[in-house]
Design a protein around this ligand. Structure first.
Ligand SMILES: NC(=O)c1ccc[n+]([C@@H]2O[C@H](COP(=O)([O-])OP(=O)(O)OC[C@H]3O[C@@H](n4cnc5c(N)ncnc54)[C@H](OP(=O)(O)O)[C@@H]3O)[C@@H](O)[C@H]2O)c1
Length: 329
């Protein structure tokens, strides 16, 4: 059977199981030009919370009654599309279900020779691409500069920090808890880590960034963004990638310290990864090379069972996970 989660209602605050409906349906069959994918891993991304809201964004909201949107990776089990054959592994956005029917648009083939399938949802997927273009294109770090990144042990942040190290920067990560901070400095090679749950973040940034912050890669927004703004260097770049601390709030807290941009002659710029789709191959080449040489390390936390989707999604907001969170179907 195909196991499917659809959006049942628009969440208020944190999403609840009752915001989704669970259905079972026969496994789809391919018509002319179509293929059926057995989905192996579903990506859990903070953006999914925004897609559940009925508000203007960079992508249309998920409709009530529609399969919940999610990135996926799986294996072709039936194909009447000449571009795909049975046994091919493909990534795409096939949603929270165990089998996906597709006409092939938006699906890309991937190889398990370079990395395990789930890595194509992490460092070799949307988060890795976001880190790559957000840091290099928007942040424009130069060797010797200081890069500060929040949600630093997560899917995007961990890649941001490691690319910044490859580019010769001093790298400071902000994460929740001693274990994650240790992971950043001892396993990923960050120069320093700040435990935002147990430290005075503003003072800790000042201490860890004696030459101030040249690039702040913001994944969390809220108070941490304000503390970073208070520590900017002259002509700093603030990359607005996300604001996970705000996604479940009914009204968003904007930056109070925005005049630091004036004082520092700094700039703050948002990014949406879809804008870079024509340049994805450029990023894959570098990310693949760094993975192969061991300069880029990845960690995926694999949770089991599509039935556990609603509760697993919440781990993004509680922080009860390490690295990239994926669900094994
Ligand atoms: N603009 C784009 O195109 C684009 C694309 C992909 C992702 N993003 C954004 O990038 C950010 C990171 O995404 P990801 O996939 O890499 O997720 P992730 O970092 O793997 O997971 C989310 C992490 O956010 C942290 N967090 C949760 N609530 C927080 C709070 N109130 N304050 C501070 N930290 C909090 C937690 O880390 P701790 O355990 O350290 O608390 C949690 O592990 C998100 O904001 C996402 O929306 C943007």
């Amino acid at each position: 059977m195909n196991k499917i989660f659809k959006l049942a209602s628009r969440p208020q605050g944190l999403p609840k199981r009752s915001d989704f409906s669970y259905e079972e349906a026969p496994i789809p069959t391919a018509g002319d030009g179509e293929l059926v994918v057995k989905i192996h891993f579903i990506s859990l991304d903070p953006a999914m919370r925004g897609w559940m809201n009925d508000s203007r964004s960079y992508i249309r909201p998920v409709e009530i009654g529609e399969v919940m949107r999610a990135s996926t990776v799986g294996e072709v089990i039936e194909s009447k599309n000449p571009q795909f054959k049975v046994g091919d592994h493909v990534v795409g956005m096939q949603g929270v279900q165990s089998y996906g029917l597709s006409n092939g648009k938006g699906l890309s083939k991937v190889s398990t020779k370079l990395a395990p399938l789930q890595t194509y949802l992490g460092a070799l997927g949307g988060p890795g691409l976001t880190a790559y273009f957000g840091l290099l294109d928007v942040g424009q770090p130069k060797a010797g500069e200081t890069v500060l990144v929040s949600a630093a042990s997560g899917a995007v942040g961990s890649v941001v920090g490691q690319i910044a190290k490859i580019k010769g920067c001093r790298v400071v990560g902000i994460a929740g808890g001693a274990e994650k901070c240790r992971y950043l400095t001892e396993e990923l090679g960050f120069d320093a880590a700040i435990d935002y749950k147990n430290e005075d973040v503003r003072k800790a940034i000042r201490k860890a960034c004696p030459d101030r912050v040249d690039v702040y890669f913001d994944n969390v927004g809220g108070e941490i963004l304000d503390h970073a703004l208070a520590n900017l260097n002259l002509r700093a770049r603030v990359v607005i990638c996300g604001a996970i601390s705000q996604y479940n709030e009914s009204s968003i807290q904007g930056p109070k310290n925005y005049l630091s941009l004036l004082v520092s002659r700094a700039r703050m710029e948002g990014l949406v990864i879809f804008d870079y789709k024509d340049r994805f191959m450029e990023a894959y080449a570098d990310l693949g090379k760094w993975l192969a040489t061991g300069q880029l390390k990845t960690k995926e936390q694999v949770e089991e069972g599509i039935e556990n989707f609603p509760e697993t999604l919440l781990r993004l907001f509680s922080g009860e996970k390490m690295g990239k969170l994926v669900l094994k179907v």
